[in-house]
Design a protein around this ligand. Structure first.
Ligand code: ZN
Length: 267
């Protein structure tokens, strides 16, 4: 590309800029042709598109929206096509294509996207190949209580330690036996893995009848006993869960997939 001011060839340069976009300061890196004499900048059609995408993604990252790459990566993880995602949201495929490119979605569409991307995940990733059973959650916790010798359900409204023991039992069972124990879904929260929507579940767990649960298999009881031996106190299980890379790398509030169970390091 030649300088329109007659200074000859404009070499391609990597540029880093801080710009104001929609009143938000963003830093972007891109490639542009720059004239060494008059500093004029120009880009090919492809480079201009690349720059636009870099700005849109830097902005989305800064304000907490999914970037184009985030949307594509999460969609691929759900083994879903653009068409399926659009169908799930009841919108046209063109919107998905634009958002995976450089068009910025609204906050409400961002939330709808996140919900649809979770819903598209294979059920096995969310429940570990078992339908959610509230009585079984109580049964597993009761079994933990008898192994540990202290209470996990009563007087612990935040389920802080109970949720960590449950998480280990479900993940380890999915990894070692091919199915979780309770079918519960877990979210990555700042204080560790927690039952997804635990506020809604807590009362139901306390009230549920363990006699309605499928009894624990011997292999399941062995896993619970091994976890109780490895983490004999609430503090130990809490600290162990916080060392797990699969919790650390999951975004706050996002689901920890059962497919990551093989990467547990503490049990
Ligand atoms: Zn020039």
């Amino acid at each position: 590309m030649n300088c329109p001011n007659g200074h000859g060839i404009m070499p391609l340069k990597k540029i880093e800029k801080k710009i104001l976009f929609r009143d938000v300061a963003v830093s972007i890196a891109s490639r542009l042709h720059v004239c060494p004499v008059c500093k004029l900048e120009a880009g090919t059609v492809e480079q201009t598109a690349e720059l636009q995408k870099a700005i849109a993604d830097a902005y989305r990252k800064k304000v907490g929206l999914l970037t184009g790459d985030d949307i594509r990566t999460l969609r691929k993880k759900a083994h879903s096509t653009q068409d399926e995602l659009a169908g799930r949201m009841g919108i046209g495929i063109a919107s998905i294509k634009r958002w995976e490119g450089s068009q910025i979605q609204t906050k409400s569409m961002d939330q709808a996207l996140r919900r649809a991307l979770v819903a598209l995940r294979p059920a096995s990733d969310l429940n570990g190949n078992r339908d959610l059973s509230i009585p079984r959650i109580k049964l597993v916790l009761t079994h933990f209580e008898s192994c540990l010798g202290f209470r996990l359900i009563e007087g612990n409204d935040r389920m802080l330690f109970a949720a960590k023991y449950l998480w280990y039992a479900d993940m380890a069972a999915c990894r070692d036996l091919g199915a979780s124990m309770t079918g519960a879904t877990y979210a990555a929260l700042p204080y560790g893995p927690q039952l997804n929507n635990y506020k809604d579940l807590l009362g139901l767990i306390k009230k549920s009848d363990t006699k309605k649960a499928e009894p624990l298999a011997a292999e399941e009881q062995h896993i619970i006993a091994a976890i109780a031996r490895a983490f004999p106190s609430g503090k130990k299980v809490y600290n162990a869960a916080h060392r797990e890379a699969i919790w650390k790398r999951t975004a706050v509030g996002a689901i920890i997939p059962y497919s990551a169970a093989s990467e547990l390091t503490e049990i």
